[in-house]
Design a protein around this ligand. Structure first.
Ligand SMILES: [Zn+2]
Length: 114
């Protein structure tokens, strides 16, 4: 996509009021998180879109052509739209605990337009 197309699409996405992810969206019956951990999970998920289908890229509108980035858990579609595929919180003894493996696309609010 050309730069101008990306700016136009990003403006459209920002005006769509796409809901953000929360713990309620990924909650499982056997979860046993503390209130503090749920707050931490919500803070992390707040950067991502709640979508019917995470496999369709918001920017290019096609099936995401997933590629890993350099930073741990970061990925993107080949068009450049970013997502995160692994989400961690600290457990009781401070170790990283994976709470969600799924890839979530970043919310348009995470991007700025010049
Ligand atoms: Zn894409």
């Amino acid at each position: 996509m050309e730069r101008e197309e990306i700016i136009i699409r990003l403006r459209e996405l920002k005006n769509m009021n796409i809901p953000k992810m929360s713990y309620e969206d990924i909650k499982k019956d056997n979860d046993n998180y503390t209130e503090q951990q749920i707050e931490e999970i919500n803070n992390k998920l707040n950067s991502f879109c709640k979508l019917e289908d995470q496999s369709v890229c918001l920017l290019c509108g096609e099936q995401s052509r997933f590629q890993w980035g350099i930073a741990h858990g970061e990925a993107s579609c080949v068009c450049g739209w970013e997502m995160r595929a692994k989400h961690y919180i600290k457990d009781e003894i401070g170790k990283d605990k994976l709470f969600c493996r799924s890839g979530f696309q970043y919310h348009p609010d995470c991007y700025s337009i010049e």
